[in-house]
Design a protein around this ligand. Structure first.
Ligand code: PAF
Length: 292
């Protein structure tokens, strides 16, 4: 596995492959590699001749300095995990390599999805993601790029970004990898204690238990009722595990139409929707989603 630190070195590798008409797969990450990332890498290896994984904790997508400072950084173990699954190239640049002094941030405005839910709670987040993804795509020129459904809103925005800006890279969604108790794998999980993990698992269980109810009975009038039921279910499940769930708060619980990412309060059987939820477990913030 080749570890590349500069854009210049990376461009050489990419050019050589492009000359040979080889297909390049790209897995962007912020490191702290877990089995969710490994699934993206494995999918890329199957579908491409060369797989490039980037590790870069992108400062401009954090709207909270404490979150940026506490974000796990484990480069050495990340390299070991990626080598083990035969990733070809890891691009692990420093900040100045990605954002030289003359870098000018672009302000993206192409969709309402940029400023609702995660976009509203974390102002500037998606703009930061799009700026770095745009640069990484320019450096790597991937034929395919792999994004997890765990960050469903990010995946949706990047798919629209590709269409809006005519980017030739195919965006490949990859289903969320979960622990056997249903917890969606995330680098942030490392910051949770064992009690918080049990509550977080209860969130997914409650969501899936209520899937049918949401699908057939959700409407503007009973939205609050369903949300209360959800919270009750999560709390019951957590208490069932001898844990007090007082620290649990739902930040948002919304259903979006996957066509246009509009938040809806009426469901039509022939349409596809995604339930999106953000919860606080103490100071830890978790997001999850399921399709309905
Ligand atoms: O999903 C992530 O880890 C990040 O948002 C990404 C896509 C690597 C951009 O920094």
């Amino acid at each position: 596995m080749k570890i590349v630190r500069t854009v210049k070195e990376l461009s050489k590798v990419v050019e050589n492959y492009k000359k040979l008409k080889k297909q390049i797969g790209f897995v962007p990450t912020m490191g702290s590699i877990h089995d969710g990332h490994i699934k993206l890498v494995k999918d890329s290896i199957i579908e491409n001749d060369l797989t490039v994984c980037s590790i870069f904790v992108n400062p401009i997508q954090f709207n909270n300095l404490e979150d940026l400072e506490n974000y796990p950084r484990e480069e050495k173990t990340d390299f070991i995990k990626l080598r083990k699954v035969f990733c070809d190239v890891v691009f692990a640049p420093d900040e100045a390599e990605i954002y030289p002094e003359d870098f000018k941030k672009i302000k993206f405005r192409f969709s309402n999805a940029l400023s609702i839910l995660e976009g509203e709670k974390r102002p500037g987040h998606f703009n930061g993601v799009l700026n770095v993804v745009k640069l990484l795509f320019e450096f790597i020129k991937p034929d395919r790029a792999y994004f997890g459904e765990k960050d469903y809103q990010q995946l949706w925005i990047i798919s629209k970004f590709k269409i809006r800006f005519n980017i030739p890279t195919e965006i490949k969604p990859v289903v969320t990898v979960r622990s056997k108790n249903g917890l969606a794998l995330s680098s942030r999980n490392k910051r949770m204690n064992s009690k918080q993990i049990i509550i977080a698992q209860a969130v997914y269980k409650a969501l899936t238990d209520l899937r049918k109810k949401v699908k057939f009975y959700f409407n503007q009038k009973n939205k609050n009722k369903i949300e209360k039921k959800l919270l009750k279910k999560i709390k019951l499940e957590s208490v069932g595990n001898a844990i007090s769930s007082n620290s649990l708060k739902i930040e948002y619980f919304e259903i979006v139409d996957v066509e246009n990412f509009n938040i809806v309060d009426t469901l039509f059987l022939e349409k596809k929707y995604r339930v999106l939820i953000a919860v606080y477990v103490g100071k830890i913030r978790l997001i999850d989603n399921i399709s309905i």
